[in-house]
Design a protein around this ligand. Structure first.
Ligand code: NAP
Length: 281
């Protein structure tokens, strides 16, 4: 598996498996097992997805040694704060049936993130978490955290897909030594992405699907991807992206699809901040 080196020298697989919205726990366990059998070695979950236990069950049942699997989970807004972070972390460890995490992310740039960040740094120093990072932090929030805590996140997991390419943000993150990771690489199918004519025509040249073209385009940009699927054939298909390389002109052509806007919502919208902050898991 191709890996990227994070700012603390930890190696992270460039392709993993995401489990957002797999709310049926049996389906989640089976999907993670299928992914592990297909060769995935990075699993991305979150306490907010309420399926950490199913992920833990699948990893245990797979028989694959724990140290061969890179596990990411995330801290929800209502669990932010110094003390609450330790409690949420222990709960996630119990659910995942492990005694350490590979990557722990602050899920949203909301709540007492500075308290959480101090707790996470301590857990990192005690080797309970190999790398700590954030998610959905726009450049201003990220810079605030870096300059006012003095500790740069290893990863920022943000929406990146052909319609929201985040080219400038990636450059900013790289300048600050923060690895970019894509959520919703397929825009969850929005904007009819799987029937996009340009992506289909590029795929035809290489004998690959739209999904494989998108993942390959992100991997060639050094963006870590975590596609989600509950369909075994798609789980296998999404892993089969290391036997071809998009040409420079195809990489450029995909840039034309950028709308420079989210396919979902704006994290700066006050109503969205209020709504997200009201969820408790
Ligand atoms: P996504 O990966 O962009 O899209 C998933 C959708 O694409 C599902 O409907 C899936 O269908 C379909 N699909 C997958 N592979 C396909 C293929 N080869 N051909 C056709 N359709 C395919 O969406 P996502 O789950 O939102 O994002 C991926 C992961 O990122 C999540 O699971 C989660 O781990 C993470 N995430 C993080 C955040 C955050 O705030 N940090 C937010 C969203 C997501 P089936 O499942 O029916 O096969």
């Amino acid at each position: 598996m191709q890996t990227l080196t994070l700012n603390n020298n930890i190696e992270m697989p460039i392709l993993g498996f995401g489990v957002y919205q797999i709310t049926d726990l049996e389906e989640c366990e089976q999907s993670v097992l299928t992914a592990l059998e297909a060769g995935y070695r990075l699993i991305d979950t979150a306490s907010a997805y309420q399926n950490e236990k199913a992920v833990g069950d699948a990893i245990r049942k797979s028989g694959i040694p724990r140290e061969e699997i890179f596990i990411t989970t995330k801290l929800w807004i209502q669990d932010t704060g110094y003390e609450k972070t330790f409690q949420a972390f222990e709960k996630s460890l119990n659910n995942l049936q492990t005694d350490y995490l590979d990557l722990y992310l602050i899920h949203q740039p909301m709540g007492d993130i500075f308290g959480s960040w101090r707790a996470m740094q301590e857990l990192n120093q005690k080797k309970k978490i190999r790398a700590i990072g954030v998610s959905n932090f726009q450049p201003d929030r990220l810079m605030d955290l870096i300059v006012n805590s003095g500790f740069a996140p290893a990863v920022n997991q943000i929406e990146v897909n052909p319609f929201h390419q985040q080219i400038d943000t990636q450059e900013f993150l790289e300048d600050n030594n923060v690895q970019v990771q894509s959520w919703a690489s397929f825009a969850e199918g929005r904007n009819d992405i799987f029937h996009n004519e340009l992506l289909i025509s590029i795929g035809e040249k290489y004998g690959k699907s739209v999904a494989q073209v998108i993942l390959r385009w992100l991997i060639q940009r050094d963006v870590i991807v975590i596609p989600k699927s509950v369909t075994p054939e798609r789980i296998i298909e999404n892993f089969d992206v290391f036997d071809f390389e998009l040409s420079a002109s195809d990489m450029m052509a995909i840039m034309k699809l950028d709308t420079r806007d989210s396919q979902f919502f704006n994290h700066n919208n006050p109503d969205m901040v209020k709504s997200l902050s009201s969820y408790k898991f």
